[in-house]
Design a protein around this ligand. Structure first.
Ligand code: ZN
Ligand code: ZN
Ligand code: FE
Length: 326
């Protein structure tokens, strides 16, 4: 009985897939809160007043700066869950629906704030990776509607990023070019899947989209880290992000539930063959129909796409154009 109550936060290695699982029972200690209470609104204990955006420590983290000793096992490998979990409160205004409803200026402010946090975290010895992500929509389990995203600073490289790094490194050695720069060129040549472009960025639905309305946003310049972007580039990232998300939001009668993630190079070491980008996975395949990562996707690991990306790209593009002319 007491074993269930024991505080456990550790990494467990899956030797069959070769990847870490973050184990923490901190969350189950989450206190009951009335549903009307918002911990991200101004004037709370942690938030205070007089801010445009805030980065708070997640009170129920999966990772900690000083984690306790992990459990030992006669066969399995465990490790300390060094790291940080943050919540990015993107505006003081509770009732704003989405990142796309903020001004370009406010979105730039948020991205700059995240960049500052990344600079600070990169200095830490165990920090290997800085993952900024955003979950949106009740359909995918988001209960706090106040606009926010999250940051995980991990002591390992997330597995999907690791796969990208390995493929990009191989491509770099075989072709003497960046895989992602080549993808950008091809998408711009094909045109049909390109959604929006500005001076420094391009957004498109990749040829190989996994999710029904998947959008990737790439800087035209070959850069690896968020902290390498210029203020002009950040401003235009805010613009392309705003309108790409606005297109997604207006596809169906209800806003699109989505997951957004920044893929960038690891914090330590040289990864010149990598090229940062944002991936957005719009999860409705049609009005009211959620695409699930089910048997084939979760069990097998390969996605099925129930339409064709070229057709869905045109549908988003029409909505983006409306957003731009609004
Ligand atoms: Zn709020
Ligand atoms: Zn590149
Ligand atoms: Fe990626």
């Amino acid at each position: 009985m007491d074993d269930d109550k024991k505080f456990v936060i550790e990494l467990r290695w899956d030797p069959t897939l070769g990847e870490w699982v973050m184990v923490s029972n901190v969350r189950s200690a989450r206190p009951w809160q009335p549903t009307s209470f918002c911990p991200f609104c101004p004037g709370n204990e942690e938030t205070g007043y007089g801010w445009r955006a805030l980065i708070l420590e997640n009170r129920f983290p999966m990772l900690m700066e000083l984690p306790p000793e992990p459990s030992t096992h006669r066969f399995y490998k465990t490790a300390k869950s060094y790291g940080k979990c943050y919540v990015v409160v993107e505006t003081p205004e509770h009732s704003i629906d989405d990142l796309s409803d903020l001004s370009i200026d406010q979105i730039s402010y948020v991205i700059n704030l995240i960049g500052e946090k990344q600079r600070e975290e990169s200095e830490k010895r165990h920090a290997q990776y800085f993952l900024w992500f955003r979950n949106k929509g009740r359909e995918i389990g988001v209960s706090l509607t106040h606009p926010h995203s999250q940051i995980y600073v991990t002591p390992f490289i997330p597995i999907r990023v690791l796969r990208e790094l390995n493929n990009a490194e191989r491509y770099w050695h075989e072709n003497k070019r960046c895989l992602f720069c080549d993808i950008i060129d091809i998408e711009k040549e094909d045109k049909i899947r390109v959604l929006l472009e500005n001076e420094f960025w391009v957004s498109f639905m990749p040829f190989y989209a996994h999710w029904p309305f998947e959008v990737h946003i790439y800087p035209k310049r070959h850069v690896q880290l968020l902290t390498q972007l210029t203020s002009k580039e950040i401003e235009q990232l805010a613009q392309i992000l705003k309108y790409s998300l606005c297109g997604l939001k207006n596809l169906f009668s209800k806003p699109m539930p989505y997951i957004m993630v920044l893929h960038q190079a690891p914090l330590k070491g040289d990864h010149i063959f990598y090229h940062l980008h944002i991936e957005i996975y719009g999860m409705l395949r049609e009005e009211g129909k959620l695409k699930y990562a089910a048997g084939m996707e979760t069990g097998g690991g390969n996605f099925t796409y129930d339409s064709i990306p070229e057709y869905n790209a045109i549908r988003i593009k029409e909505k983006i154009e409306k957003c731009l002319n609004h």
